[in-house]
Design a protein around this ligand. Structure first.
Ligand SMILES: NC(=O)c1ccc[n+]([C@@H]2O[C@H](COP(=O)([O-])OP(=O)(O)OC[C@H]3O[C@@H](n4cnc5c(N)ncnc54)[C@H](OP(=O)(O)O)[C@@H]3O)[C@@H](O)[C@H]2O)c1
Length: 260
């Protein structure tokens, strides 16, 4: 196996699902991984699971919903570890935000974590990387970024923000040695999707999802969407005129309501 170009990495949302899988994947290849999330017990469990790996997992209790705490923690970490080589803004939440019964509390939490949390993580890490002219920032967006989804307005919009934010950063950093990757998964089996009551086409196993994401990071892809079948379906949806898309989505919404 070719050695990785990363010595240190920060992964947010590492206490479960894709973030946990990514932390183990990179630690398994010799990287010192700072694993951030709110639940300390899960992070300690992750550190123990990574004990025999070539790298090291260091738990870091952090609420990415607190932008000032993120800035402080990432700046200190960057100095302490001799510069972060890889930062993966993966922490995310979902929830129903239904236009017929809109709930500000859920909407605000999604914005705080998926938008402000991801942006503050990347903004805290970037200045050091730019100064060193070396590094790699990654955001975990979603194929949901492409169009409005019934009952998931806040989630779809939060991922649209992250994908567009990363695209602009990528252009700004084009002539530098700081790489930018935007990952856009379809459905992967995690605690997040376990709660979904609707049908999830092309649902992937966690191991496969992690492998796809980690490999895309190592290849330094600019934007990577998977699985290909879901990406194809979404590409088609993007071409539909609003009137057709709205009718289709409204039918999907009714089917979901009938099934629940
Ligand atoms: N699974 C999918 O099908 C899928 C598809 C597309 C995109 N994604 C994206 O992939 C990312 C990971 O999701 P997942 O499926 O692995 O879900 P998950 O298993 O529920 O993991 C979410 C992670 O985010 C962390 N988190 C939530 N709020 C946080 C906060 N305020 N501060 C710090 N960490 C926080 C959680 O840790 P704590 O609760 O311990 O803080 C947890 O580690 C998310 O951004 C999600 O939107 C997932």
């Amino acid at each position: 196996m070719k050695p990785l170009r990363y010595r240190t990495a920060l992964v947010t949302g590492a206490s479960s699902g894709l973030g946990r899988g990514l932390a183990l994947w990179f630690a398994g290849r010799g990287v010192e991984v700072y694993a951030a999330a709110r639940r300390q017990a899960e992070l300690e469990n992750l550190r123990d699971a990574g004990r025999r790996l070539a790298g090291r997992i260091v738990p870091m209790v952090l609420d990415v919903g607190d932008a000032e705490a993120v800035r402080h923690a990432v700046t200190i970490l960057d100095g302490k570890c001799g510069g972060l080589d890889l930062v993966v803004a993966n922490a995310g939440v979902t929830g129903v935000t239904d236009g017929r019964n809109i709930n500000w509390q859920t909407t605000e939490t999604i914005i705080d974590v998926n938008v402000k949390g991801a942006a503050s993580t990347l903004c805290a890490a970037l200045p050091g990387m730019v100064a060193r002219n070396r590094g790699h920032i990654v955001g975990v967006s979603s194929l949901a970024r492409h169009r409005g989804l019934p009952q998931y307005a806040a989630y779809a919009a939060s991922k649209a923000f992250l994908s567009t934010f990363l695209e602009s950063l990528r252009i700004d950093l084009h002539d530098s040695k700081v790489d930018v990757t935007c990952l856009q998964p379809g459905f992967v089996k995690t605690a997040m999707t376990e709660r979904n009551k609707f049908y999830m086409p092309f649902l992937m196993d966690l191991e496969e999802g992690v492998e796809q994401m980690a490999s895309a990071i190592v290849r330094r892809e600019r934007e990577y969407s998977f699985p290909w079948q879901m990406e194809g379906a979404v590409s088609l949806l993007k071409t539909l005129p609003n009137a057709v898309f709205d009718r289709m989505s409204a039918k999907m919404r009714s089917r979901r309501e009938d099934a629940s």
